[in-house]
Design a protein around this ligand. Sequence first.
Ligand code: TMP
Length: 221
Amino acid sequence: MKYSGKFIVLEGPDGSGKTTQIAKIEQYLRQRGADFVSTREPGGVAVAEKIRRVILDVDNAMSGLTECLLYAAARREHLLNKVVPALEQGKIVVCDRYVMSSLSYQGYGRGLGQDVLDINKRAISWNGMEYWPDMNIYLDVTPEVGLGRIHAKQTDREINRLDLEEEDFHRKVREGYLRLIEEYEGQFTRIDASQSEELVFADIKSVLDRLLFAESEQDFS
Ligand code: TMP
């Protein structure tokens, strides 16, 4: 059964500014009086937050496949216990990362390829359907810009196990995303996230207006 809500996912390489933009999205949706849930992966529910800590702990070296399975396990718990109920109640779900993160980081970054898609199709199947987002909003930055932001002294963001990967890993992740955009045409909107926060949000807002409020150029800023 198709749900009545809308499932919007923010995607992008590390340092693409998702956290900042999600705060702006929340503020905008509140202002519009929208009924929404804002959540994140890996995490969003207690079990998945625990899995997140295991995956991202800088002391926990693990194989690429183990990493992929853990992300998929966290994804399924979060999907079944938070995302699906909200969508069935007709809510908007805004989620920081989802399947495309696994396809780019584990599929391309770790080089696991097709296995990642197979595992994830299993993880997002429920009630006879696969839960794919209505839209992936992809914030695009080069590894130079993204990693530069993460390692900048002013930031209070914690450094996790994946941030510590070589620049080459992050380059493969971004190339992965760019290929996924071609492969999954229509499921992505690409936004240049090297712009100022305000310009990035203006682009996101026009996607939200079109998708959620069936508007094009009205000014609610
Ligand atoms: P975050 O910093 O955006 O919260 O994400 C945590 C890290 O996990 C980030 O480096 C991206 C990575 N990640 C994957 O590698 N695969 C996934 O499926 C997800 C959801 C995140």
